[in-house]
Design a protein around this ligand. Structure first.
Ligand SMILES: [Zn+2]
Ligand SMILES: [Zn+2]
Length: 237
């Protein structure tokens, strides 16, 4: 009841830009200023980390997924907007981000035919305390826009881990081993799956999720994030 009331009261508030938070006309997803200045991923992009070549430090190393794409770098007002989306209870920001993600998927994965889309999971405990999994909201939005089936709670997170961005690069891989599982293993065989994340730093979370799908026989796995960090290793030096 309280949640329904919150949604109702929220709907009476003026619409805000999903990036900088400024009030905008109700028919827009972002303000004119952000439209011009958002840190978009452009130019030649590395297929494995989703960054422009100038920021790629992954050297195209093999992953369990074919490719990762993202419309934005995690910087400027994208950082601000995603932070609000995750931590300040602005779930309707998913609309603006999933719109951009769907557009990037069409541009970059135009030929791929996805059987279904899944979200990077949170533990039940974290989901309860936040009220929603932001990656699920993004996956749902993309599903509606592109007509791809969304399988909620398909990937599960078994226990809480140290936040990936708080760990040095060399510890991130081991931090996630055995953390994720697939709820319906028999459904994966020979399927082409799209995994949806909010922010990808090293790509290790997506890779570990992809590994679980691969283990159960997925044919092809692709990934999309709302944003990728600019340069992983530089930041941790
Ligand atoms: Zn704005
Ligand atoms: Zn790369």
């Amino acid at each position: 009841m309280i949640e329904a009331l919150r949604v109702f009261v929220y709907s009476l508030l003026p619409k805000r830009c999903a990036y900088c938070g400024r009030v905008i006309p109700s028919n827009r997803l972002m303000c004119y200023d952000c439209e011009k200045k958002l840190p978009r991923v452009t130019g030649t992009v590395c297929v494995k980390c989703g960054r422009g070549k100038e920021y790629c430090s992954c050297k195209g190393v093999e992953k369990y997924f074919i490719s990762l794409v993202a419309p934005f770098y995690f910087d400027g007002n994208v950082r601000k907007g995603i932070h609000a989306f995750k931590f300040r209870r602005s779930p309707d920001n998913a609309e603006a981000y999933s719109f951009e993600m769907a557009r990037t998927i069409k541009e970059r994965f135009g030929d791929a035919e996805f059987d279904f889309i899944v979200a990077v999971p949170m533990t039940d405990k974290s989901k309860k305390s936040r009220g929603y999994n932001q990656c699920s909201l993004l996956a749902e939005g993309i599903s509606k826009k592109l007509g791809i089936e969304y399988k909620p709670d398909f990937l599960v997170k078994l226990y809480e881990t140290e936040k990936q961005h708080g760990l040095p690069y060399y510890l991130r891989k081991g931090n996630l081993t055995g953390v994720f599982d697939v709820s319906e293993p028999s459904y994966v065989k020979d399927k082409t799956v799209l995994i949806c994340d909010d922010v990808s730093t090293s790509g290790e979370t997506l890779n570990e999720c992809a590994k679980m799908l691969w283990l159960h026989g997925a044919k092809e796995i692709y990934c999309v994030a709302a944003a990728v960090t600019k340069s992983e290793r530089k930041k941790n030096k």
